[in-house]
Write a protein that binds this ligand. Sequence first.
Ligand SMILES: Nc1ncnc2c1ncn2[C@@H]1O[C@H](COP(=O)(O)OP(=O)(O)OC[C@H]2O[C@@H]([n+]3cccc(C(=O)O)c3)[C@H](O)[C@@H]2O)[C@@H](O)[C@H]1O
Ligand SMILES: Nc1ncnc2c1ncn2[C@@H]1O[C@H](COP(=O)(O)OP(=O)(O)OP(=O)(O)O)[C@@H](O)[C@H]1O
Ligand SMILES: NC(=O)CC[C@H](N)C(=O)O
Length: 574
Amino acid sequence: MPQLRIALAQVNPTVGDLAGNSALIVEWARRAVGEGAHAVVFPEMALTGYPVEDLALRKSFGAAARTALDDLAVALAEAGAGDIAAFVGYLDRDAVGPRNAAAVLHGGRVVAKQYKHHLPNYGVFDERRIFQPGHELEVVRLHGVDIGVVICEDIWQEGGPVAALGQAGVDLVVSPNASPYERAKDDQRLPLVARRAAEAGAPLVYVNQVGGQDDLVFDGDSMVVSLAGELLTRAPQFVEHLAVVDLDLPSVPRSDAVDGFSLRRVTLSDDPLPAYDPLPLPAPAEPLPEEAEVWSALVTGLRDYVGKNGFRSVVLGLSGGIDSAVVAALAADALGPDAVHGVSMPSVYSSDHSKSDAADLAQRIGLHYEVQEIKPMVATFVDQLGLTGLAEENVQARCRGVTLMGLSNQHGHLVLATGNKTELAVGYSTIYGDAVGGFAPIKDVPKTLVWSLARWRNAEADKRGETPPIPDNSISKPPSAELRPDQKDSDSLPDYELLDAVLDDYVEGDSGYDDLVAAGFEPDLIDKVLRMVDKAEYKRRQYPPGTKISFKAFGRDRRLPITNSWREGRPLPL
Ligand SMILES: Nc1ncnc2c1ncn2[C@@H]1O[C@H](COP(=O)(O)OP(=O)(O)OC[C@H]2O[C@@H]([n+]3cccc(C(=O)O)c3)[C@H](O)[C@@H]2O)[C@@H](O)[C@H]1O
Ligand SMILES: Nc1ncnc2c1ncn2[C@@H]1O[C@H](COP(=O)(O)OP(=O)(O)OP(=O)(O)O)[C@@H](O)[C@H]1O
Ligand SMILES: NC(=O)CC[C@H](N)C(=O)O
């Protein structure tokens, strides 16, 4: 028999938008009330957005967030959501410093609050720099059900606050999260949540946000797992969603002696609810298959970067190649084809197929298309400055960059950079040339995955009876920068399958020279690739932000010095 109906509000907040996020929380709390829920759980820092980075250190922002929380409690009550217990993540600030906090709002008031204990400080996270950890646990009793709270990283700790809640005795654990997407991370979350439910001795309600924030994207994947580790429901990825479940909660023994934490119990209502008919459990959404998941992550990251930064349209160079084709298809899926402006910018070395494939792509997708010849601009620079060789080649990419930025300034489009992770790794782009842009949608996608995504997207279109967006020719032709006659990427770079394999080990796996040799790569290949990667750090630092999909994206996940004389290499003779 259920004791509580709980709603998981998998929403998409915006960093810094206290008024907008408050309105979002009120709207979704009202929906939860409409579903007859007694409690509703929002993601980590839903009121402020996540991650707030150094906004956390601004006293003015902390004060505004606290005021917004008090106002939100009142607004919820005024909107008819005062009787529901709303678990809301926010930024707090006390005498010790800024806190990553979750509050319980009920009856127009803030009735309980708890600070995050474990502050993640690895990969993209810097929480020890900006927050102070908490040491208290606040357990809220609602209709006789004791509910403990743990915030995101706290559930990744064995023997941490969840174990303490198990010691204290709680009927239910709720966890607000802001857990960024990485490929295959959903495979880790379900077993993790199941382990924590067992540790707590109670079902666990896991709520993660959706949406993009700069280089991060959040996939949701909110879920409820029973004490026995059974998945009761799971929300679909990358979309806002309200999941409502009735929970049958066996009563457990209570204790007030908890190791390492101070425990406070807050009673909102002691009496169990009268018997009511449970809703059928919503069927768990299946996690998306690999390519669909990555595509959704890239679409969401791009859409939210554009929308949350106030742009309505994007512009990019269309070369007829695979990278610009995939970025154009992503942009059309994210924003609609009418918001996408493609520009073909032929130079003297551009092949006929570069122009015809770009035009074909534009027609398939239905995006705005124009041709801007760059020959006269290039000739002016080359002649006036007396440029030859590589300097001359790069002027072509730079004239394209200037053209795109000109169109951006004139029409308000955001410029998309089309570089992929492989190119970023080895520095295969012209700085201030094809590397210009405000956002780089595929910067964390290795070249081999760019091809797979293109094939997958076309196959999806086929399945739906739609025109595949990407010309077959763009997928099958050998990649070329077309900066000199008959140039091919393979003139300067190893075969992409092999290159991506080395990069996966060196960048994602942090392998050293000996590890790479042991993995079977040729020493000359290792030398060449590692040298290119190390030398290109300066280019990566100046590259636009783009959606992280991997365990280790360039940027905050991998912070290497630019000025750096250390080289992995064959051991020197002593
Ligand atoms: N440590 C450092 N810190 C700061 N700046 C540094 C630097 N080292 C060089 N630089 C600067 O960078 C310049 C060299 O970089 P850059 O001008 O980009 O030129 P660079 O890297 O020498 O050449 C561009 C390469 O990318 C290839 N490319 C270009 C365009 C598109 C594609 C494609 O297929 O996608 C490929 C092209 O074929 C060529 O191999 C130097 O002249 C210097 O000004
Ligand atoms: N002729 C062109 N017209 C318009 N844009 C171009 C042209 N050539 C290059 N670009 C722009 O510069 C980017 C780098 O292109 P380039 O052809 O040099 O390398 P690539 O990495 O093979 O990319 P792609 O697969 O998109 O061709 C392209 O994605 C495109 O945005
Ligand atoms: N916001 C957080 O604490 C996130 C950390 C956590 N390990 C995750 O990625 O899910």
